[in-house]
Design a protein around this ligand. Structure first.
Ligand SMILES: [Zn+2]
Ligand SMILES: [Zn+2]
Length: 172
């Protein structure tokens, strides 16, 4: 039997998790609540049912999105991290260090599926380098994103308020 370990965490790195053992189902959910919770057209989720799940750094905050479901997120950077119901935790597949390792095998909530989602793969497609003329800042971008592996030490960049975010670099 293959030994499975999957790690992941939020964008800023304040929260990290580990899944040991074979995870449960990998899915995408089109339901309106998942769209809203992820700020996205659908939510990619991997069930940890049947595996050992642990928070290895920090812990999420929760929003009780219904009487049966709570959703965990990083209160520093805002990354959606979990969907939790009936005592089981599903993690955001995009928060995994290697999202390609657990491809989805089913779609849920298709009554709310946005019609254009069927055609996303057919849209014009560009690489980031091709956009540097339109967005020159991309040329000297310094990422504050946590790397895609566990780290011994990591100091997350503190969250900024809307007031701070409105300031230009010249004000700082
Ligand atoms: Zn974070
Ligand atoms: Zn959903």
């Amino acid at each position: 039997m293959t030994y499975h370990v999957h790690t992941g965490g939020c964008q800023c790195g304040a929260i990290r998790f580990r899944i040991e053992g074979k995870p449960g189902r990998s899915s995408i959910c089109h339901c309106r609540m998942c769209q809203k919770a992820f700020g996205a057209y659908y939510a990619p989720l991997v069930s940890t049912e049947g595996a050992a799940f642990a928070w290895t750094r920090g812990a999420p905050k929760y929003f009780q999105s219904s009487n049966h479901v709570q959703r965990g997120f990083c209160d520093n950077c805002g990354t959606p991290l979990t969907y939790e119901a009936m005592g089981t935790i599903a993690v955001s597949a995009g928060a995994l260090d290697d999202p390609s390792s657990l491809p989805p095998s089913i779609q849920y909530g298709i009554e709310s599926k946005l019609p254009f989602v069927e055609h996303l793969h057919a849209l014009p497609a560009r690489r980031t380098e091709e956009d540097i003329a339109d967005a020159p800042f991309l040329a000297d971008l310094n990422s504050n994103q946590h790397p895609d592996h566990d780290t011994d030490m990591w100091q997350p960049i503190p969250a900024r308020s809307a007031q701070d975010a409105g300031k230009t670099e010249d004000d700082a």
